[in-house]
Structures are given as structure tokens and as C-alpha cells.
Write a protein that binds this ligand. Structure first.
Ligand code: SF4
Length: 256
């Protein structure tokens, strides 16, 4: 996640001199971003085991309230952060995209755990999505299986830095013609349709695994996936029976 920090036009020395006299000066941008980053409301939403760590982050020991993000909202209309905590199955993907679409702007997304980033331990599963960033834009990727609560707090702080770097005069959600509703895929008999959202993610043209690892890695026995687009096979016609022999051509019996 690349971003550059907003720089104040006011001299830091002058600021501290005035602060000693009880005068605080700031910019509207800083004030606006301070308010937003200090009151992030995450959505009350979890998908698998990573959600348990997310719940632990909200409990007394880790206390996400210290960062102003303890108000887990039950409605996407009131949330501005979606934490994708857990394995995203293809069956759940339409619901996740729909929830993201229903959130009000400005909205942010953290993918928590290897599953939501790439499919994680279930990457070869027929039913697992290989990363939610194929369908919605992600602000912070949080690796681990599962990431500990400290990691989630670090991810939240990283998101706060990103919010701090934004300029409300150039913020995309105030621009005309903003399109932040993404296509909701359909789960058909052949998987998700469309398979990805081209505005958010494009498949790589080349596979660099061979260059990186010398040869493609093969783990366990690989079986060929069935070609679902192939036309159905026709049942084979029964083989013709051999013609019956006539009595003349029958071999003589042993008794004769
Ligand atoms: S990344 Fe690990 S802990 Fe998190 S949902 Fe996947 S399997 Fe569970």
C-alpha cells in the first residue's frame, strides 16, 4: 500500500511555541482526517477462524477501543471498514461483494489472513476464492494463518496512516462520476461468473513460478480437473455380436 503523508504548511517550531501558550493550530485536512481515522467503525462480520482473532482484538486484553475502532456495526450502512476475516468460499463471494457495495463512502477494506489474500491452505480447493482482491479493492493485506490480534492492530494503524495521507479536496468519494459499486458475481454450475472484476484485478499474462522456483512446484498427486465446457460424452454403441456358426461349419464332436 503506497501513500505519501500530508505535509502541514505551518512551521513545526511555530506550532510548538504556540502550543506552549495553549494555542493549537492545525489545517482543516488534518482535523478531518484525525476525526475519520480515530473513529473507524468496522463491520460485525467474520467468515472463518481468523474471525476468532478479530473478536479477541475487540476484547479487554487487546482492546481495539484504544484506536477508536471498537464499534463493530451490524449493518454495512453504518460501517466504514470491512475486515475480511477468514476463508472466502465461492458461495460466499457474492454476499461479501454485496456487503462492500452497501457500505457508505469513504470505505476501506482489510484482508485478514492468508485465506482472504490468496486462498491460504485451501488454495487448491475447488470451492475457495483465491483472494477477495479479485472482486473488491483492498487497502491493507494482513498475512498470517491466523494473524494475531497484534497484527490486526498493526493493520489498523497502517490503515490510519493511509487515511491521514488523504486530502479531502482530492478524495475520490467527492469526485463526480465515482463508481465504487462492483459487479456481484453469480455462483453458477461452472463456478463464479464473472471469474474476476477487471476494474480491480487482472490475471497475470505470464506465470513466473518457473523462473522463481526453477520448476513448477508439485505437491501431492495432481489429477486433471474435469473440462466443464466440453460437450457431454455420448454413450458408446454396443459392440456387434459375432455371427452364429451354421451346423456344417460346427467342429466335429469328440464322440464322432
Ligand atoms: S488464514 Fe488460517 S486461521 Fe485464517 S481463516 Fe484461513 S485457515 Fe483459518
Amino acid at each position: 500500500m503506497a501513500f505519501s503523508k500530508n505535509k502541514s504548511q505551518v512551521d513545526d517550531g511555530l506550532k510548538s511555541e504556540l502550543a506552549k501558550k495553549g494555542i493549537v493550530i492545525t489545517t482543516l485536512n488534518e482535523l478531518y482526517n484525525w476525526g475519520r481515522r480515530s473513529s473507524i467503525w468496522p463491520m460485525q462480520f467474520g467468515l472463518a477462524c481468523c474471525a476468532i482473532e478479530m473478536i479477541a482484538t475487540a476484547c479487554a486484553r487487546y482492546d481495539i477501543a484504544r484506536f477508536g475502532a471498537e464499534l463493530f456495526r451490524a449493518s454495512p450502512r453504518q460501517a466504514d471498514l470491512i475486515i475480511i476475516a477468514g476463508t472466502v468460499t465461492k458461495k460466499m463471494t457474492p454476499q461479501v461483494v454485496r456487503l462492500y457495495n452497501q457500505m457508505a463512502e469513504p470505505k476501506y477494506c482489510i484482508t485478514m489472513g492468508a485465506c482472504s489474500i490468496s486462498g491460504g491452505p485451501f488454495i487448491d480447493g475447488y470451492n475457495t476464492l483465491r483472494g477477495i482482491d479479485r472482486f473488491i479493492p483492498v487497502d491493507v493485506h494482513l498475512p498470517g494463518c491466523p494473524p494475531r490480534p497484534e497484527a490486526l492492530l498493526y493493520g489498523l494503524q497502517t490503515l490510519q496512516k493511509k487515511i491521514d495521507s488523504q486530502d479531502f479536496r482530492k478524495a475520490p468519494w467527492y469526485q463526480k462520476g465515482l463508481k465504487r459499486e462492483y459487479a456481484i458475481p453469480d455462483l453458477g454450475p461452472k463456478g463464479l461468473i464473472p471469474k474476476f472484476n477487471p476494474e480491480v484485478w487482472q490475471p497475470r499474462e505470464e506465470d513466473h513460478r518457473k523462473e522463481k522456483y526453477g520448476s513448477p512446484m508439485v505437491i501431492g498427486k495432481k489429477t486433471k480437473a474435469p473440462d466443464l465446457d466440453a460437450p457431454p460424452k455420448q454413450p458408446k454403441a454396443p459392440a456387434p455380436k459375432p455371427p452364429k456358426r451354421s451346423d456344417d461349419s460346427a467342429p466335429p464332436s469328440k464322440e464322432a
